[in-house]
Design a protein around this ligand. Structure first.
Ligand code: ATP
Ligand code: MG
Length: 587
C-alpha cells in the first residue's frame, strides 16, 4: 500500500467512526513561541486538549507534516527523519481507552491487513506516583494479543507530558511491527534501538493533571491523542526494512545516485545519501513556508540542513550544484498534497541555489582549514575560537564542525564558541545560545553536571559489571546523558540499582574533581581510562574524582560531586551486538 492510499484509508476509517477531518496546520506553529516547528499532530491542538471547545467537535482526525530537529542526529538509521507526516485521531473528552485501542486494532488488522501475530504493544509499567496501566493491557488481551507480546515499560517510553511543568499528561500504548530481523540480544524487545521492532503508532491517554507540587490528580476532561507515522507504516506495509526504501524516498535516492554517478553505495555512502534525501526534503518544506536561510532560529535550522546535505554530497563526490534537482523530486512527490510547494517553487529553488553557491565558495577551503585545526589541536579539543573562525569565515554551522570533529574523534568547545560569537556581536553569551537554540534556557551548567555524572557512571559500571566495560560512545544534552559501553548481556534490575546507588553514593560523598595535565604515557601509567586512544595529542588533561574515577577527558566538569544532584537511570537497552546503552538524568 502506498502513501496516498494509507492517508485516504485512515481519514475515511475515522470519518466512518464519527471523526471530523480537519486540515493540516502549518509547519510553523502559530501561537506557540516556545518551539520552532510543529513536531506532532497534537501540537496545534494543545488549547483544545486543555479544555477549549474545538469548532469541529470532540472527534477529530488529520494528517500533519512535522519537523523534529531533535531527531537530526538519528537520521540515516532505518526509522528517523527530520520531516515526516503523522496521521492522528483525537477524542476531546469523548471516547476513552477501550474505543481508542479497539479502533487502532481494527484499522491495523482489518484495513491495513497487518498480521495480528506480528503486532507487539507496550503499556505503562507504573511507578511510585502513577499506577500501572492495566486497563490498556487488558483491552489488548481481550483483542487477542497474548501477554508475551504486551510489554510494560517505564516513563521514558510510555508516558507523555505534561508539555510544561504542570498540566495534562498520561500513559501511552505504542504499537510495533516485528520486522522478522534477528534479536540483538536475548532481551531485545519493543523500545530497543536495534530496529527489530518498528514503532508505527502511539495512543496517548491524557488522564492526569500534574500539579505544581509534583503530584497527579485525575483530569476532568480525559483526552485521547494518537500519532501514526506515515513513512514507517508504509515501509512495514510494503515489507521494506527502512523508510528510505519507500516511494517517498526512492526517486530522491535514485536521483542522488545518478548525480553522483554511482550504481551502488558503500555503507557510509548509503548513510550520506539518506542524510541528503531527508535534509533536503525538510529544507524544501521549510522554504515553502517562506523562510530563508539565516543565522537565527528557523533560518538557522534551514541553513544547517542544507549545508549538511551539501557536505554529505561532497562525500559522494558531488562537486557541482545539485540541491535544486533534488528539490524537483521532492516537489513532484508531494505537490498534490501540499499546494504551497508548487506555488512557492520559484522561492524554494532560488534560495537553494543561493545558499548552495554561497556555501560552495568556502566549503573546500573550510575543510582544508579544518584539517589544519585538527593537526594543531591540543587535548583533542577544537577551541571555541577555531569553531568560530570556521563559522565566520567558512560558513560552517557549529553543528557541522561538531560532526566533523566527532568523525575525527575530537570535541568542540561549544561554550567557547558561544562566547566568541557574543564578543563579535556585542551580545551576551546567553543571548547567543538563545539565537542558535532558539529561546531555550542556558543549560550549560546542566550539561557540565551530566558530564561529571558520566564519569561516575563509567567507573560504577566497571565496578559492578567488571573491567571489560569500555566506553563506546557518549552523548549529552541538557536533558540527559547517554552512554554506550561494551557488555554482552542485558543488565538486571539489581545491577542497575547497584550502579545507580553507587553513583549517588559518590555524589553524596562530595568528592573533589581534579584536573591535571600530563603526557598520554603518564596518564596510561596511572591507569586513567581513555576513549579515543589513537587520536590523543602528546599532552592530555586527566580528570580524577576522588580516587573513584580517573579519565582522560576534555571537560568541562564540576568542582565537587555534590554539585551534581540526584542521578537516575531511566533506560537500558541494546544498540548493537555486545554494546549496551544507558540513558540517565539528574533530578
Ligand atoms: P521513537 O521513539 O521511535 O523516536 P517517538 O516515541 O518519538 O518514536 P511519537 O512521538 O510517539 O514517536 O510519534 C508518533 C509516531 O510518529 C511514531 O509512532 C512514529 O510512527 C512517528 N515518528 C516519530 N518520530 C519520527 C521520526 N523522527 N521519523 C519518522 N517517524 C517518526
Ligand atoms: Mg522520538
Amino acid at each position: 500500500m502506498k502513501r496516498k492510499e494509507l492517508i485516504t484509508k485512515y481519514l475515511t476509517f475515522f470519518k466512518s467512526k464519527q471523526h471530523v477531518i480537519i486540515p493540516s496546520a502549518s509547519l510553523i506553529p502559530e501561537n506557540d513561541p516556545t518551539v520552532l516547528f510543529t513536531t506532532a499532530g497534537m501540537h496545534p491542538l494543545v488549547p483544545y486538549l486543555l479544555g477549549q471547545n474545538h469548532p469541529s467537535g470532540k472527534r477529530l482526525v488529520n494528517v500533519q507534516p512535522c519537523i523534529r530537529t531533535a531527531d537530526i542526529e538519528n537520521v540515516g538509521d532505518d526509522i528517523h527523519l527530520t520531516f515526516f507526516e503523522m496521521l492522528g485521531n483525537w477524542s476531546l473528552g469523548d471516547y476513552w481507552k477501550k474505543e481508542a485501542i479497539e479502533m487502532s486494532f481494527e484499522f491495523l488488522t482489518k484495513y491495513l491487513n497487518f498480521d495480528k501475530d506480528k503486532l507487539h504493544v507496550t503499556v505503562f509499567a507504573g511507578d511510585d506516583q502513577v499506577p500501572k496501566d492495566d486497563e490498556s493491557a487488558n483491552i489488548w488481551l481481550n483483542l487477542g494479543i497474548p501477554k508475551e507480546r504486551i510489554y510494560f515499560l517505564g516513563r521514558e517510553e510510555n508516558w507523555w507530558g505534561p508539555a510544561g511543568k504542570t498540566g495534562p499528561c498520561g500513559p501511552c500504548t505504542e504499537m510495533f511491527i516485528d520486522t522478522g530481523k534477528e534479536k540483538c540480544s536475548e532481551d531485545c524487545k519493543p523500545g530497543c534501538g536495534c530496529g527489530k521492532y518498528f514503532e508505527i503508532w502511539n495512543d496517548v491517554f491524557m488522564e492526569y493533571n500534574k500539579k505544581a507540587d509534583g503530584t497527579y490528580e485525575p483530569l476532568k476532561q480525559r483526552n485521547v491523542d494518537t500519532g501514526m507515522g506515515v513513512e514507517r507504516t508504509i515501509a512495514m506495509l510494503q515489507g521494506k526494512k527502512s523508510i528510505y526504501d519507500t516511494e517517498v524516498f526512492l526517486p530522491i535516492i535514485e536521483k542522488i545516485k545518478e548525480i553522483a554517478k554511482k550504481s551502488i553505495f558503500t555503507e557510509g555512502e548509503k548513510k550520506s545519501s539518506r542524510v541528503i534525501a531527508d535534509h533536503l526534503k525538510a529544507a524544501v518544506f521549510i522554504l515553502s513556508e517562506n523562510i530563508e536561510p539565516s543565522n537565527i532560529e528557523r533560518g538557522y535550522v534551514l541553513r544547517r540542513l542544507i549545508r549538511k546535505a551539501i557536505r554529505h554530497a561532497k562525500l559522494l563526490g558531488i562537486e557541482k550544484n545539485f540541491t535544486s534537482e533534488i528539490a524537483e523530486k521532492v516537489i513532484e512527490i508531494y505537490k498534490e498534497s501540499y499546494k504551497e510547494l508548487d506555488i512557492n517553487k520559484n522561492f524554494i529553488m532560488e534560495h537553494l541555489e543561493k545558499e548552495e553557491n554561497r556555501f560552495r565558495k568556502t566549503l573546500e577551503k573550510g575543510l582544508k582549514k579544518f584539517q589544519l585545526i585538527v593537526k594543531e589541536s591540543k587535548d583533542n579539543i577544537i577551541s571555541g575560537k577555531d569553531a568560530f573562525l570556521l563559522f565566520q569565515s567558512y560558513g560552517f554551522p557549529l553543528e557541522m564542525t561538531m560532526e566533523l570533529a566527532e568523525e575525527n574523534n575530537l570535541e568542540v568547545d561549544e561554550e567557547g564558541f558561544y562566547s566568541e560569537y557574543s564578543k563579535h556581536q556585542e551580545l551576551s553569551r546567553k543571548a547567543t545560545v538563545g539565537i542558535f537554540k532558539s529561546g531555550l534556557a542556558d543549560n550549560s551548567e546542566k550539561t557540565t553536571r551530566l558530564h561529571t555524572a558520566t564519569h561516575l557512571l563509567h567507573a560504577a559500571l566497571r565496578m559492578v559489571l567488571g573491567e571489560h566495560v569500555q566506553q563506546r560512545g557518549s552523548n549529552i544534552t541538557p536533558e540527559r546523558l547517554r552512554f554506550d559501553f561494551s557488555h554482552n548481556k542485558k543488565l538486571t534490575e539489581e545491577e542497575l540499582k547497584k550502579i545507580e546507588e553507587l553513583v549517588n553514593k559518590k555524589i553524596s560523598e562530595g568528592l573533589e574533581v581534579k584536573c591535571e595535565e600530563m603526557s598520554i604515557e603518564e596518564a596510561k601509567r596511572q591507569g586513567a581510562l581513555a576513549f579515543f586512544t589513537s587520536k590523543y595529542g602528546d599532552r592530555v588533561s586527566v580528570y580524577s574524582i576522588g580516587d573513584f574515577s580517573k579519565e582522560v577527558c576534555a571537560g568541562p566538569h564540576v568542582k565537587n560531586t555534590k554539585e551534581i544532584g540526584r542521578f537516575k537511570i531511566i533506560k537500558e537497552e541494546g544498540v548493537a551486538a555486545g554494546v549496551r546503552r544507558i540513558k540517565a538524568i539528574l533530578e
